[in-house]
Design a binder for this molecule. Structure first.
Ligand code: PMP
Length: 431
C-alpha cells in the first residue's frame, strides 16, 4: 500500500484513539506508508527526516536488514509461546545480554511487555521485598515532581499529577510522596540544598517507604530536563542510609541515549531495580524488562507468598526477545560512545542558533537528546504542519520542541534536521 485514502483517514478520525487525543476534535494525524533508515515515507510519497526515533525507540533506524532477518527467522520458528512452565532460547539469551550489560548486581530479569508494566513490576517488587522481610508497613514510594513513569495505575501514582496528564485520577490513585524536582542542571555546580526536599521526606517517612523511584538524569515527559549527577549520587546515599530501594526508570534513558549505556552511570551509581524498554528491540516490538539483584529476588521468593506476584500473557514473547537480542548486539558492536558524542556535538551546534530567538527560553542537549524550550506553549498542530511541510518529523508538546534521532543518523542529515527546525521555528516565532 503506497497511499492511504481520504476515506481511511476519516475512518481513523472517527474510530481510533491516538495517544492523549480527543474523539470530538482530534488533532491531525499524518499517514505514513513505509519507513527506511532515518526516513518516514508519507502517503503520496513525501519523505520526512525522523527526529523522534518513534519516541526513543528506533535507535537503529527503520527496516534494518539484521532486525528484519531476525524477525523473519524467529517467525518461522515460533512467534509466541506461553512462558508459564516453558522457556526458550530468545528469552535466555536476552536475559544473559541484559545481565551482562547492566551493573553487576542486577542479575535477575523479569521480561515484561511494555514500559508501564515494567514500572508496575518494579513497584510490586519493592513492596513485596519489604513484605517478605516482615516490614509490610514499608509500602509507600517517594518520587520526584515532574516525573513520568507510564499510564497504568501504579505508574500513574508515581507521576506528578501537576503536569496535568493524570490529574483527574488523583482521587483513586495510591498516595505516595513527591519531592521537589532537582533544579541544578547537568553541567551546573552542585549544591546539596538541591536535594533538601527529598532528604526531608525520607527522614520523616522512611519507616513507611519501600523505594524511591526516579528517572535518572533526564526527566522526560515532565519537561525534558537534565539534572545533576550529584543529585542522583546523593539520592542513592539517602536510600542506603534510610533503607529504601532505589528504582531507576531507564525506559527512556537506557541503551546509550544520554551518552552512557545507562543514565545512572553518569553518577557512578547502581540502582536496586532498573526498568528498561523502548530502545530494547530497536523499536520493532513492544518489550520491556525489570532487573533486580539476587538479594532482592531471593528475599521476595523466601517470603510468605513464595513467588513474585506477576505474570503477563506475553511475558518473554520469543519474537520480541529475539529481535531485542539482535538490537542489543547491534548496539554493542557499534562504537556507541563516540557515536553519541558525535550526535551531541551536532545537536548542540545545530540547535544553538535558536537560543538567540525572541521567545526561546533555553536550548539544551545531552547525548542524543536536543531540546528547545520556548517561553510559551507551542501551538502543536500549527507548528507540526510547518515541520512536515519542511520535510521533518518532530512532535512538539507544551513549551518544548525536542528531538531524539535514531543513532544511525549521519552528520549531513542531522544538519538538515536541525537547520530545518531552526528555520521553521524562526518563521513560527515571527508570525
Ligand atoms: N517511563 C518512562 C521514563 C517513559 O518515558 C515511558 C514512556 N514514555 C514509560 C515509563 C512508559 O512506557 P510505555 O509507554 O512503554 O508504557
Amino acid at each position: 500500500m503506497t497511499t492511504i485514502s481520504a476515506e481511511q483517514i476519516r475512518y481513523d478520525r472517527d474510530h481510533i484513539w491516538h495517544p492523549y487525543s480527543s474523539m470530538i476534535n482530534p488533532p491531525p494525524v499524518y499517514p505514513i506508508v513505509s519507513a527506511q533508515g532515518v526516513y518516514l515515507k508519507m502517503s503520496g510519497g513525501q519523505e520526512l527526516i525522523d527526529g523522534m526515533a518513534s519516541w526513543w525507540s528506533t535507535i537503529h533506524g527503520y527496516n534494518h536488514p539484521a532486525l528484519n532477518a531476525t524477525a523473519h527467522a524467529q517467525i518461522d520458528k515460533m512467534s509466541h509461546v506461553m512462558f508459564g512452565g516453558i522457556t526458550h532460547e530468545p528469552a535466555i539469551e536476552l536475559a544473559r545480554k541484559l545481565v551482562d550489560l547492566t551493573p553487576a548486581t542486577l542479575d535477575k530479569v523479569f521480561i515484561a511487555d511494555s514500559g508501564s508494566v515494567a514500572v508496575e513490576v518494579a513497584i510490586k517488587m519493592a513492596i513485596q521485598y519489604w513484605h517478605a522481610l516482615d516490614k509490610p508497613e514499608k509500602h509507600k514510594l517517594v518520587t520526584i515532581r515532574n516525573g513520568y513513569h507510564g499510564d497504568t495505575f501504579g505508574a500513574m501514582s508515581v507521576c506528578d499529577p501537576i503536569n496535568g496528564m493524570h490529574e483527574i485520577f488523583t482521587a483513586v490513585l495510591p498516595k505516595h510522596h513527591f519531592a521537589d524536582r532537582p533544579e541544578i542542571g547537568f553541567h551546573q555546580a552542585w549544591e546539596s540544598s538541591d536535594i533538601a526536599s527529598l532528604k526531608s521526606i525520607i527522614e520523616q517517612h522512611h519507616q513507611e517507604l519501600a523505594a524511591l523511584i526516579l528517572e535518572p538524569i533526564v526527566q522526560g515527559a515532565g519537561g525534558m530536563r537534565f539534572y545533576s549527577p550529584h543529585y542522583l549520587k546523593a539520592a542513592r546515599a539517602l536510600c542506603d542510609e534510610y533503607d529504601l530501594l532505589l528504582i531507576a526508570d531507564e525506559i527512556a534513558t537506557g541503551f546509550a541515549r544520554t551518552g552512557e549505556m545507562f543514565a545512572c552511570q553518569h553518577a557512578g551509581i547502581t540502582p536496586d531495580i532498573i526498568c528498561l524498554g523502548k530502545a530494547i528491540t530497536g523499536g520493532y516490538m513492544s518489550l520491556a524488562a525489570t532487573l533486580t539483584s539476587t538479594k532482592i529476588a531471593e528475599s521476595i521468593s523466601a517470603g510468605g507468598a513464595g513467588c513474585f506476584m506477576h505474570g503477563p500473557t506475553f511475558m518473554g514473547n520469543p519474537l520480541a526477545c529475539a529481535i531485542a537480542n539482535t538490537s542489543l548486539q547491534l548496539l554493542n558492536d557499534s562504537q556507541w560512545k563516540p557515536n553519541m558524542q558525535r550526535i551531541e556535538t551536532a545537536l548542540k551546534s545545530g540547535l544553538e542558533p535558536a537560543a538567540a530567538f525572541n521567545g526561546v527560553a533555553e536550548v539544551r542537549c545531552l547525548g542524543g537528546i536536543g531540546v528547545i524550550e520556548l517561553e510559551q506553549a507551542v501551538d502543536s498542530a500549527r507548528i507540526q504542519k510547518m515541520f512536515v511541510k519542511a520535510g521533518i518529523w518532530v512532535r512538539p508538546f507544551g513549551k518544548l520542541v525536542y528531538i531524539m534521532p535514531p543513532y544511525i543518523m549521519d552528520n549531513e542529515t542531522l544538519d538538515r534536521l536541525t537547520s530545518g527546525i531552526i528555520e521553521v521555528l524562526h518563521r513560527y516565532l515571527k508570525s
